[in-house]
Design a protein around this ligand. Structure first.
Ligand code: SDX
Length: 434
């Protein structure tokens, strides 16, 4: 048994050559992957790489934004526990915290809210673009397209190394996401677009742009307005998830933030990621009743189905966001009436938390399991659900984008590969091919 040493390093012995290497251990249990490259058999070898498909054990960056402890179900934005933020903050207050690193003072928050409020309009050309989509075009496809096209209205956004310019684009994107989302909803229903109203709060303005009919002011229930604010807080960031990684990778080539955010939204769209909230609703609707659950669960165990809204790469305990959303659901249903799908969801959860198949795989409800039931009860169509995820996550994506741009250790993202293709071979004229 080797004696516990005091050196903060790994001693690696390559048994192919008998050579030993000392690799320094950095802060915590981290080594620089590039330190493996010195391990070679022959001098002109490329050197040792680490192989990590889907980056399950690879830190791609240092970050100070969000901390997650997946075993303990801990989630903190800039050190503040998500439970306290959901309870006591507003979404824009949390967006400021995520973007700037500190909770805003009253004057900082007032000025941020004013900045966002005054940038909620989009160019009239965008309203023409909305009309060009089919009536049944998926909301995510529409918003991704419109976010990308925003880059053509702000060519100066390419000045990514200018801090003032970055902040201007960040404010524009945080401000315009709800407008673009509302425009897709109105387009689907053949309703005239509703323009932003500056007297309303961020979420109240969003609900007004969605549901206002005629000239009558749309007064959303304060309960629903607060519930949406809480849902936005819970979705604002989640460290190096798939879409945030996409944002960082695209941004690393110095692409403008609108193009990078469109790419991040495209990653979020997938049913294994932010598209899961839509997939959960379709799954619950397909199950149809509590009596059909046992048959569905058998299908999951036979791997014919996936229990959407369950499981997580990091959380091996209950996703803390799911607990808060579940509590928020009760408040929403006080106003909207109970969503019958909740009974199916609760029974699915009860079974999944009691059966070995799910326990062995650490499958707990994640952020997407209960959110869709609330959105449906609030009147959102199911194809809007991933868009409702993207609106608040814009703050997280942009905070990570700016952290990457200003990180001296970062360069253009360019991973290696383990080549498995054919060895060199000569071209074969088509007449000789079989
Ligand atoms: C989000 O990363 C983030 O932080 C994301 C997110 C954020 O805020 O940005 O938290 C938001 O994307 C939440 C996750 C939403 N997705 C879903 O709810 C879709 C259903 N869940 C999964 O497909 C899955 O759990 C993932 C994608 C979330 C995680 O996948 P992993 O870590 O790659 O796990 P895996 O697919 O390798 O599964 C491990 C085992 C497998 O079984 P075995 O092959 O070992 O027998 O668990 C099984 C999987 O079959 N499994 C599931 C399951 N999830 C995993 N089986 C049934 N239902 C599921 N949901």
């Amino acid at each position: 048994m080797a004696t516990a040493g005091t050196k903060n390093s790994l001693s690696i012995r390559d048994n192919r050559t008998g050579r030993e290497y000392e690799v320094p251990i950095l802060d915590g249990d981290v080594i620089n992957a590039i330190d493996l490259r010195q391990i070679k058999v022959n001098e002109d070898d490329f050197g040792m790489m680490s192989y990590d498909p889907a980056f399950s054990n690879t830190a791609s960056t240092r970050s100070a934004i969000t901390y997650i402890d997946g075993d303990k179900g801990i989630l903190r934005y800039r050190g503040y526990p998500i439970e306290q933020l959901a309870e006591r903050a507003s979404h824009l207050e949390v967006a400021y915290l995520i973007l700037k690193g500190e909770l805003p003072t009253k004057s900082q928050l007032d000025s941020f809210v004013e900045d966002v409020t005054f940038h909620t309009y989009v160019h009239e050309n965008i309203t023409e673009q909305v009309k060009g989509f089919r009536y049944d075009a998926h909301a995510m496809g529409m918003v991704i397209s419109m976010v990308a096209s925003l880059s053509t209205f702000y060519p100066d956004a390419k000045e990514v190394d200018d801090a003032k310019n970055r902040w201007q684009q960040i404010v524009r994107l945080v401000a315009k996401m709800p407008t673009l989302a509302a425009y897709t909803y109105r387009h689907h229903r053949g309703l005239p677009l509703v323009y932003p109203e500056n007297e309303l709060s961020y979420t109240a303005n969003f609900l007004s742009m969605l549901f206002k009919i005629g000239t009558k002011e749309h007064k959303p229930s304060p309960v629903l307005e607060r519930a949406l604010d809480i849902l936005f807080i819970l979705h604002a960031d989640h460290e190096q998830n798939c879409s945030t990684t996409a944002m960082r990778v695209i941004g690393s080539s110095r692409s403008d933030p609108y193009s990078a955010l469109a790419g991040a939204m495209a990653a979020l769209y997938g049913p294994l990621h932010g598209g899961a909230n839509e997939a959960v609703l379709r799954m619950l609707t397909r199950i149809g009743s509590v009596s059909n659950i046992p048959k569905f669960i058998e299908g999951v165990k036979r791997k014919e189905e996936r229990l959407m809204g369950f499981g997580h790469r990091i959380y091996k305990a209950y996703d803390p966001r799911a607990s808060i959303i579940k509590r928020t659901a009760d408040e929403v249903f006080e106003v909207t009436g109970r969503n019958p799908l909740l009974d199916i969801a609760l029974e699915l959860e009860r079974i999944a938390l009691s059966e070995d198949y799910f326990i062995e795989r650490n499958l707990y409800p994640n952020v997407d399991f209960y959110s869709g039931i609330i959105y449906q009860s609030m009147g959102f169509p199911v194809e809007m659900f991933p868009v409702l995820f993207a609106i608040p996550r814009a703050a997280g994506w942009l905070a990570h984008w700016e952290e990457m741009i200003t990180d001296k250790e970062q360069r253009i993202a360019r991973p290696l590969q383990v080549f498995t293709g054919p060895a060199v071979r000569d071209f074969v004229p088509i007449s000789d091919r079989r």
